[in-house]
Structures are given as structure tokens and as C-alpha cells.
Design a protein around this ligand. Structure first.
Ligand SMILES: Nc1nc2c(ncn2[C@@H]2O[C@H](COP(=O)(O)OP(=O)(O)OP(=O)(O)O)[C@@H](O)[C@H]2O)c(=O)[nH]1
Ligand SMILES: [Mg+2]
Length: 424
């Protein structure tokens, strides 16, 4: 089967942390007590989780962005609330790539495995953190840490959950074309389908993958026709839909046809004989009901569920699909045990770059510095002074000096403009 890859590109943004507060103890007769401003709440993470109940990336084709909430700002000595994380469940086997850098971030190949794809920003510190011997009444707090924004590519190798089997011309491709957006070749002669087609069926809030297989003929299990080759694909499915033509053009007997295919499936081995299955008695639009009913009762005698349908006219398809879903759910009821495996993002490999700009200024390219600046209340002199000291500790001022920066030069960090000075 040609390799089918389900793919979606989704923008994901985690929440920014809430700001810390500036606050002071209030005591009788003391005009201003010690600082007690609380911390802001954490921004929500975006977490991807492998779930064996999910089969396709269908829902991620529909959504193009997820944005976790921001943390709540602290108020006085009251800590801001943390935001809720967004947990996105996806099929086991989903490969997660940063679509901008092309870097593979994670292979969600075990049920229950979680990956924090965008970490929420931590809450800003309240002013109580900034007391020091020289700064006993800090009048600034820290803003929350920004969330992360990434464009994420999700990729999944699709494996068929459901296989359509039956004689050539039974209407398998027609059925697939009616229940999915797949466009298989359909024609009124046998062996129209020569390679399997896959389609994604979405029903209720679920989805599953259906493979339309080339028609089987007598002797398929011994390698006659193309059948043998394609029965291999049926081996990997969880449910088979056996499509039976109720009124074949060659006037063969539908029941004998049914038995022929069942015999081939059983003789192929590999569990195909015992695979859960549903019988779809197709083309009921061309046969008067009094001829359909006896066929139905005979097929029901097999013990399998039988659904009278017309693939071409779209009759009876919903009940059939719901039963497929039921069987899939049952097959997956014995879910593997939850693993408690949470993978985080690799911390940024920090590399600070100083670039001379066209206007004679300097641009600092560094996530760490950008974060420090974003978390600073730039209108507060004390906060800016504190930032200056922290920047000094990152080695940024040293780098600027080495690059030849002069007192008074312009320094750009993201959208912010500063003036270079050695002295806070
Ligand atoms: N009247 C009627 N014709 C149908 C129905 N379903 C399929 N057909 C016709 O039956 C013929 C065969 O349909 P396909 O869907 O190509 O059959 P298939 O099982 O995929 O055949 P192979 O690919 O050759 O194995 C086409 O002419 C369809 O239009 C139906 O419900 N009613
Ligand atoms: Mg076909």
C-alpha cells in the first residue's frame, strides 16, 4: 500500500505568566511596612498526549491554532492563579516537528506519553523577592514570563483500521467514496481497483481509516489474482466489512459469493478468518425488497451483523459506520496501561549574538535577554536598574564593550530600544 501520511500544521502558543505585584505590609502606626507583593500565576502549557483511542489527525486539520490562557496577575499579597494547561490527544505514532526549523521534537509512540510542546511562562515575582541590603523598599515587581509560540507539524503514518473486502465489482470503492473524501476509481467492471485506497471517515467526534482493497477471487489465498498481495493489508486491520453484491451482473448467487470470500479469508490465515467483521449487503436499490429480505436472513444466520445498504444511493450507511465505531471501541477497550512519561522541551541552547546595525547601534539576539527585558516594567527606574545589573551578569555588557560599543550607543533588544551605559 502506498504510504499514507496524515499531516497537519498547527500554531501553538502557551500562556504568558501573570505579573508579580508590588505590595507592602500594613500595620497600625507604621505608614509603610515591608514588601509583600505576591507572584503572578503560571501561564498554561500546551501538552501533546499519545492516546490509543485516536486514530487520525483529522481534528487538527480543522483547528489551526491553540492558545493556552495566561496566568493571572498577582494583586497585593494575593498570588495570581495558574492557568489551565491545554492537553491535545493524538494518535500513538504521531511525529511532532517544529515546522519552521524542521527539527523533530518528539515521537509520541507509547500510549499515555506526554510532551510539553510549549511551556507556559512562569509568573513574575512580587516585590518581596527584591529586598536586599541596599534596596529595602523595592517598588517594582517582575512581569510574567512570555509563553512560547511555535508552528508545529504533526505527522502520522496511517494504518487502516477497517478493510473492505469482497468480490470484484461488489461496490467497495463506491462505499469508500461515499463515507470519506477519498476518490477511488469506480467502474462497472471487475478489478477496477488495483492498489488499495485509504480514506478517513469521520463520525460523531471520532475518525477511523478505511482501506478499499482490490477485489478477491477464488484462489486468492493461494496467490491467484492480485488478492494474496492485498490480503496482507487486511491483516493489519481491526475490522473487516465484507461487501456482498445482492444482485451481481453475472447472476451468480450472492450467498455462494459470500461463502467463497469467507473461505479465502479463512485459508489466508493470519487471523483473518476470526477478524471481527460486518456484512454489508450492497445495491439494495436495484433489487425488490422481497428478494432482499431472504438474503438478509440467510446472511444473519452467519451470526455476523448484516447491514442492507446502497453505497451508490447512500442508503443505510450511518448505522453501518456506527457499528464499525462500536467494534473499534471494543477492540481498543483493553487499552495499554498508562505510562507516566512526560517529555519536556530541551532548554534553549543559549547563544548571545551582538550585531552591529546599519544606524551604528547594536542588536542583541538572545532569547534569555529578550525574556529578561520582557519581564521588566520598563517605565520603572528601579526595575530598569535591576535589569541592568542582571544583563551585566549575562555577559551582555562585556560583549558589547568587546564589540566596540561606546557610551550612549543605541542597543536593540526585540522591539525595545536602550542606550548603552556602563553605569546603571
Ligand atoms: N445500483 C447500484 N450500483 C452500485 C452500488 N454500489 C456500487 N455500484 C456500482 O457497481 C459497480 C462497481 O462498483 P465499485 O465500487 O467500482 O466496485 P468494487 O468493489 O470497488 O470493484 P473492484 O475494484 O473491481 O473490486 C459500479 O458501476 C458502481 O457504480 C449500489 O449501491 N447500487
Ligand atoms: Mg474498487
Amino acid at each position: 500500500m502506498s504510504q499514507f501520511i496524515d499531516e497537519a500544521i498547527v500554531r501553538m502558543v502557551s500562556g504568558t505568566g501573570g505579573s508579580g505585584a508590588v505590595g507592602f505590609h500594613r500595620e497600625k502606626h507604621v505608614p509603610r511596612g515591608g514588601p509583600n507583593g505576591a507572584d503572578g500565576g503560571r501561564g498554561g502549557d500546551i501538552i501533546l498526549e499519545a492516546d490509543s483511542h485516536r486514530r487520525t489527525l483529522y481534528e487538527f486539520h480543522l483547528a489551526n491554532k491553540y492558545h493556552a490562557d495566561n496566568g493571572i496577575h498577582a494583586v497585593g499579597n494575593k498570588r495570581g492563579k495558574d492557568a489551565k494547561d491545554i492537553i491535545l490527544k493524538m494518535p500513538v505514532g504521531t511525529v511532532v516537528t517544529d515546522s519552521d526549523s524542521g527539527e523533530v521534537l518528539c515521537d509520541l509512540n507509547i500510549h499515555g506519553m506526554k510532551f510539553v510542546v510549549c511551556k507556559g511562562g512562569r509568573g513574575g515575582h512580587g516585590n518581596q523577592h527584591y529586598t536586599s541590603s541596599v534596596r529595602q523598599v523595592p517598588n517594582f515587581a517582575e512581569k510574567g514570563e512570555p509563553g512560547e509560540a511555535r508552528n508545529i507539524k504533526l505527522e502520522l503514518k496511517l494504518l487502516a483500521d477497517v478493510g473492505l473486502v469482497g468480490l470484484p465489482n461488489a461496490g467497495k470503492s463506491t462505499l469508500l467514496s461515499m463515507v470519506s473524501s477519498a476518490k477511488p476509481k469506480i467502474a462497472d467492471y471487475p478489478f477496477t481497483t488495483i492498489v488499495p485506497n485509504l480514506g478517513v471517515v469521520s463520525i460523531a467526534d471520532q475518525s477511523f481509516v478505511v482501506a478499499d482493497l482490490p477485489g478477491l477471487i477464488e484462489g486468492a489465498s493461494e496467490g491467484i489474482g492480485l488478492g494474496h498481495q492485498f490480503l496482507r493489508h487486511a491483516e493489519r486491520t481491526k475490522v473487516l466489512i465484507h461487501v456482498v453484491d445482492c444482485y451481481p451482473v453475472d447472476e451468480s448467487d450472492p450467498i455462494a459469493n459470500y461463502e467463497l470470500i469467507e473461505k479465502e479469508l479463512a485459508e489466508h490465515g493470519e487471523g483473518l478468518g476470526e477478524r471481527p467483521r460486518i456484512i454489508a449487503l450492497n445495491k439494495i436499490d436495484i433489487l425488490p425488497i422481497e428478494y432482499v429480505n431472504p438474503l438478509l436472513s440467510q446472511l444473519e444466520g452467519t451470526g455476523y451483523q448484516v447491514f442492507p445498504i446502497s453505497a451508490a444511493a447512500g442508503l443505510g450507511l450511518q448505522p453501518l459506520l456506527f457499528e464499525v465505531l462500536n467494534i473499534l471501541e471494543r477492540a481498543e477497550a483493553e487499552r495499554p496501561a498508562e505510562v507516566n512519561l512526560v517529555l519536556g522541551n530541551k532548554p534553549d541552547e543559549e547563544e548571545m549574538i551582538v550585531v552591529k546595525t546599519d544606524d551604528g547601534g547594536w542588536e542583541i539576539i538572545s532569547k534569555k535577554v529578550a525574556r529578561m527585558v520582557a519581564m521588566t516594567e520598563l517605565t520603572n527606574r528601579d526595575a530598569v536598574r535591576y535589569l541592568h545589573r542582571r544583563l551585566n551578569r549575562t555577559g551582555m555588557l562585556q560583549k558589547l564593550r568587546e564589540a566596540g560599543a561606546q557610551e550612549g550607543d543605541t542597543v536593540y533588544v526585540g522591539n525595545n530600544v536602550f542606550t548603552y551605559t556602563e553605569d546603571a
